[in-house]
Design a protein around this ligand. Structure first.
Ligand code: DOR
Ligand code: ZN
Ligand code: ZN
Length: 432
């Protein structure tokens, strides 16, 4: 039986606003949010600190089974040290997670890999192929929704090719999938345009913004509002065009621009590519204007060795699960934006969009997945201090405020000041 715990005197990011107060945690859940100090068996003094719902990162690649760069223990540690308490993992592994059986095998793997340490809460996306429509229904992702149990966060569709073999590049299949699925997460880059640009200059010109815009236009023709989540939009134009849909932005498209290819080369190679400074500014403007729903890290931890193969040969993707919340927190603090909006972007909206039961808010009855951040502590991003197996970060040397001191998973302290317990998160439960 877990001890009751009182988080005292913090600035609580509640959905109705930021308020000073206490949180009583019992049996893995938030028992009360209160101005008084109820008795508890232990306490955390959060005076001067910000207490927020742990980040729900809807977009990570933890690479298991079959790939290098991360596993569920290193990934969980990185997530928890970055204030992330739930991740939704992508299916482009080896083999890919394209069936109910592969989803359940992944859960066994997660349990095995985290037996010696902490485990973050998790959900899994199902990968779309041309042939696996029956698995969509098997995973409870069919549309119209039925009341059967849901086993996956969404159906992930790659409209443009990236790491792995998953690709839906014909319009007919795309249209069918959009019609039969209750929630589709899309890597929206138009493969026809990518192929058309294959001969041109560099990585950036081979995957132009037009590829992203064209993919969104197709989704506008066939996708239903409320059932399409667009991953990693890179500009205000995409945010405007995709207005009927849910829209995700990544920290790398918000904090980095295409100039980084000159200094970091393949280490800044990612799909969709980093864009111009103008696009980056327009993405922030979209976020400020309420046109972004979620921050997803798109944590894509390629090994340094594979990135050293040169810009042409190296794979695309950058790691980011441990720095996502601190970077965003730092930016909100710098601009003086209300932190409860950050809590919506990093937690509450993802819980609502993906239908994750009992998470995303600091309120009585919700799971006690909590990040406690000390806004007085500035620290530089250093790869050697991060917990990634891949061992590098594109944000090396950036000084930021927003690192968690404590991260709680289901009421247990999983991370505190650089140390981990064996606190175990669980597979999320979806609302039917
Ligand atoms: O850059 C990327 N890396 N984009 C993707 O869509 C996939 C990801 C990966 O899995 O490496
Ligand atoms: Zn993607
Ligand atoms: Zn991704």
């Amino acid at each position: 039986m877990r001890l009751s715990l009182l988080i005292k005197n913090g600035t609580l990011l509640l959905s109705e606003g930021a308020r000073r107060g206490n949180i009583l945690v019992k049996g893995g859940k938030i028992a009360a949010v209160t101005a008084t100090e109820p008795n508890a068996e232990s306490f955390i003094d959060a005076d001067g600190m910000v207490v927020m719902p742990g980040m729900i990162d809807p977009h990570v690649h933890f690479r298991q089974p079959g790939m290098e760069g991360e596993d569920w223990l290193s990934g969980s540690m990185a997530a928890l040290a970055g204030g992330v308490t739930t991740v939704l993992d992508m299916p482009n592994t080896k083999p890919p997670a394209t069936s109910v059986l592969r989803l359940s095998e992944k859960i066994e793997l997660i349990n095995a890999q985290t037996s010696s340490g902490p485990c973050v809460n998790y959900g899994l996306h199902l990968g779309a192929t041309r042939e696996n429509a029956n698995e969509i229904f098997g995973a409870g992702l069919g549309y119209p929704p039925s009341r059967e149990e849901r086993l996956a966060a969404s159906l992930k569709v790659f409209m443009g090719s990236s790491t792995g073999d998953l690709l839906i590049d014909d319009d007919l299949t795309l249209k069918e999938l959009l019609g039969i699925t209750r929630l589709v997460s899309v890597h929206a880059e138009d493969e026809d345009i990518i192929r058309g640009c294959a001969g041109s200059g560099d990585h950036l010109s081979r995957r132009p913004k037009e590829a992203a815009l064209s993919a969104i236009r197709k989704l506008l023709a066939w996708g239903a509002p409320g059932r399409v989540y667009i991953c990693h939009i890179t500009s205000g134009e995409e945010a405007d065009l995709a207005s009927p849909f849910y829209r995700e932005a990544t920290p790398h498209h918000l904090f980095l621009n295409d100039g980084l290819m000159k200094t970091m080369g393949s280490f800044a190679k990612v799909n969709p590519p980093l864009r111009s400074e103008q696009d980056r500014a327009s993405l922030w403007a979209a976020l400020a204007g309420g046109k972004v729903d979620c921050i997803g890290s798109d944590h894509a931890p390629h090994t340094a060795a594979s990135k050293r193969m040169g810009v042409e040969a190296s794979p695309s993707g950058v790691p980011g699960v441990e720095t996502a919340l601190p970077l965003m927190f730092n930016a909100f603090l710098k601009w003086g934006w209300p932190l409860q909006r950050l809590a919506a972007l990093t937690s509450r909206n993802a819980a609502r969009i993906f239908g994750i039961y009992g998470k995303g808010e600091l309120a009585a009855g919700f799971d006690a997945d909590i990040a406690i951040i000390d806004p007085r502590e500035e620290r530089k991003v250093r790869a050697e201090r991060l917990h990634y197996k891949c061992g590098w970060t594109p944000y090396e040397g950036m000084a930021i405020v927003g690192w968690p001191r404590h991260t709680l998973v289901l009421g247990e302290v999983a991370y505190v000041d650089g140390s981990f317990s064996k606190a175990k998160g669980r597979s999320v439960v979806y609302e039917v």
